[in-house]
Design a protein around this ligand. Structure first.
Ligand code: UD1
Length: 428
């Protein structure tokens, strides 16, 4: 297994090109199942999760072509997907268990073929993560759903029909699944208390290019007028706001200065507000955002994760690393997932002072973090350890790098190009 070695203490300087968003690319790929024409996605990131979903789509019978890179051999790949001859509507356990987002094939398969069998994803390191909201809402569209032998068996022999749906909790995945299904349902569907993440807006815009009729894009009420069929489209994946936020924190924690090419203010409002309060200057440039400390000091700031436009849970661990190196205390409250403090014991091994009380963590900033051998438990936790390692004195060795590879494209190359002393040590 690969490891990453970091020798900390170097300020990062330079430019980082932000890749296409993993969390936008995954639902966009699932959307190819809604049509027999070709859906072409560009600016696709090169990540393990994308490969996992591609394998699932191939298993369903999708004809898939990944076209060469356009930049440095890695980024901005183009993926052509044609779901003309679907041979299976079953998403098996061995693929779904690798990545929960596989459940996003449920809505499209059910809407177009009237049936789907999708393995229940199971829990993961950050919590139980049920799919009840997806299933209850699909039932309101007329689906018959049974759970047997660890699988969701969904049927809609007479097709789906429009309905009024109010989600009891804001869910990114449930909103995406229902949005896709509603596009091919008969009549009008209103999705209320929908999630508003930019990745959902990206999906909705692509669906509109495919011929869907959607109103309220970007709001918490999506109104979908079902159509008979959808067609092909070309779509470029939106830049990854979580990757951008992570590198903004990398600039701040190392007391460096980075320009994040492709990063967008409108996707990072709550993050920029927290960084500004912490003493970090974020300014717009022609091509993205420039990030650096204002006067050399970092101040502790309280943070609470919330659905968009609130502060993203996917930046909580990275923010904890930043606050661990700030002057003063910060209370970090996680309101989305019940068990998303797995990075705390590892950050503590690097000298962070963090006490967890239920959904909140009190972080008392330290003058110095120190390098240590640490272990990643999930994707965002692992990158928080990279950030802490960049700021720490001495050497940090990060194990279980495969978590990082699920969501960060060429992280060590991007950081090394800006002056970080970081290298991947290839495992057996
Ligand atoms: C997506 C993101 C993930 C991010 C999360 C929250 C993708 C591929 N993943 O995950 O990176 O951390 O949004 O921004 O886009 N819930 C239920 N029942 C359900 C569905 C969700 O109770 O049927 C709960 C979850 O357990 C969680 C909360 O709702 O507590 C939000 O989850 P959700 O927005 O659905 O997250 P994902 O779509 O899985």
């Amino acid at each position: 297994m690969d490891k990453i070695r970091i020798r900390g203490g170097r300020p990062l300087k330079g430019q980082i090109r932000i890749s296409g968003a993993k969390n936008a690319a995954l639902p966009l790929m699932a959307a190819c199942l809604l049509t027999d024409e070709t859906l072409t996605l560009s600016n696709l990131p090169h990540l393990a999760d994308i490969t996992t979903l591609a394998n699932l789509l191939v298993q369903h019978g999708v004809d898939l072509h990944m076209n060469g890179a356009t930049d440095g051999g890695h980024t901005g790949r183009v993926l052509e997907m044609t779901a003309r001859d679907i041979t299976s509507t079953r998403a098996p356990y061995d693929l779904v268990r690798k990545m929960r987002a596989s459940v996003l094939v449920l809505g499209p398969l059910l809407a177009r073929f009237g049936e789907a069998q999708v393995s229940l994803p199971g829990g993961c390191a950050i919590g139980t993560r049920p799919v009840d909201l997806h299933l209850t809402a699909l039932e309101l569209l007329g689906a018959e759903i049974e759970i047997k032998e660890g699988y969701i068996y969904a049927k809609a022999p007479n097709g789906l029909h429009g309905a009024e749906i109010t989600f009891s909790k804001v869910s990114v995945g449930a909103t995406e699944n229902l949005l896709m299904a509603a596009c091919l349902a008969k009549g009008t569907t209103r999705l209320m208390n929908s999630a508003r993440e930019p990745e959902i807006t990206d999906l909705a815009e692509c669906l509109v290019k495919m011929g869907a009729k959607i109103e309220g894009i970007g709001s918490d009420t999506l109104v979908v007028e079902g159509v008979e069929r959808l067609g092909g489209a070309d779509h470029s994946v939106v830049p990854d706001r979580i990757e951008a936020g992570t590198y903004a924190i990398a600039a701040a924690i190392t007391n460096g200065e980075l320009e994040l090419l492709g990063a967008r203010t409108e996707h990072l409002g709550a993050v920029i507000e927290i960084l500004t309060k912490a003493g970090v200057e974020v300014t717009e440039t022609d091509e993205g955002l420039r990030v650096r400390r204002l006067n050399g000091e970092l101040t502790g700031v309280d943070v609470m994760t919330e659905p968009f436009p609130g502060f993203p849970t996917d930046l909580q661990a990275q923010t904890m690393a930043l606050m661990s190196a700030a002057d003063g205390a910060a209370m970090i409250t996680e309101s989305i997932f019940e068990n998303r403090f797995m990075h705390v014991p590892e950050l503590t091994r690097m000298g962070a002072n963090v006490n967890v009380h239920g959904a909140s963590a009190m972080v008392r900033g330290q003058k110095k973090l120190t390098g240590a051998e640490v272990m990643a438990t999930d994707l965002r936790a692992s990158v928080s350890l990279v950030l802490a390692g960049l700021a720490a004195e001495g050497e940090t060795m990060l194990n279980r790098v495969y978590h990082l590879d699920r969501g960060y494209e060429r992280v060590e190359e991007k950081l090394a190009a800006c002056g970080a002393d970081i290298e991947r040590i290839k495992g057996p």
